[in-house]
Design a protein around this ligand. Sequence first.
Ligand code: PLP
Length: 351
Amino acid sequence: MFRPNITAMQGYVPGEQPRGMEFVKLNTNENPFPCSPAVKAAIGRVCQSGLQRYPDPMATAFRERAAELFKHEVPGITPDWILCGNGSDDILTIVTRSFVAPGGLIRFPRPSYILYNTLAAIQGAESETVDFKSDWTLGSAFTAANERLQLAFLPNPNSPTGTVIAPDKVAKLAAALPCPLIVDEAYADFATTNCLGLVAENERVIVTRTLSKSYSLAGLRFGFAVAQPQIIEQLIKVKDSYNCDSLSIAGATAAIDDQAYFAKTRDAIIATRERMTGALRGLGFECIDSQANFVWCRHGKRESRDLYQQLKDAGVLVRYMNYAGWGEGLRISVGSDEQCDLLLAKLGGMV
Ligand SMILES: *Cc1c(COP(=O)(O)O)cnc(C)c1O
């Protein structure tokens, strides 16, 4: 009954979300802090109103506030430059369905976000990965001509490495590519640069963001894309009519309105990230400098898979990742200072 590509594909396996036993959970890059109190208040008000009406299909309240927030980074931005989604994964699905035909080709770096591969498989398209160079940038293989190439994804900062390609280099990649470039900025709030400004210069650059990580709202499901209005206009045709619900629109809007809370929690995570990186190195780990809310590392003497299991047995969940043909390691989310201390204490007894 199924299309052959569906039967043949592996489904996407998200990081473990254990029910029951309490873990120190450092495996899916969630924020250790709860969301802003303003979010809970806004959601409470929507609940009071009854919920019998459909939500605003375009999440206008959020788009207006976001356009205001980004006006210095994106010259000329208005709400028509923004498309909201049920998490940024929804936006990634919308762009894949919009640009990629069955038999087409999607290109992305290796190692990067595993979902891109899944989206290609569902679409009946082919995936092509391009390895990073030793300085974590991408060479000409990433922009090479291919008549089947219809979409390129670039997570920036990248997951699982936490590395960033500078905006001027991303601009060159976008200019050289024959297809749209999705710059997946799920972690950009933890970085020193971002590519929002490129959207105004090149209509083939689409930047995606999420409130799951830096705004502590993984449970709410809200993400968005920023692109030129003629691009957003086409993408709107492909989205589900009511892809964001009333609660998430109200909560997300309140979250971006509380920039003081956002900045305070983000700064705390960045400080803990730097401390955690130094301490891991002190324990014999090779860590890449991260501009995200996680650190990618390998121990000089111990197998990553064994350490993952030992930590799990000790009640600490981290993400073990193995990229066929590339290598493996541990991706450890930056938690609270207490969680980080516990992780380091456990590791101290293992390595
Ligand atoms: C977490 C993540 C997303 C998706 O976030 P949502 O929770 O769906 O908004 C997208 N891209 C990357 C690289 C991520 O790590």
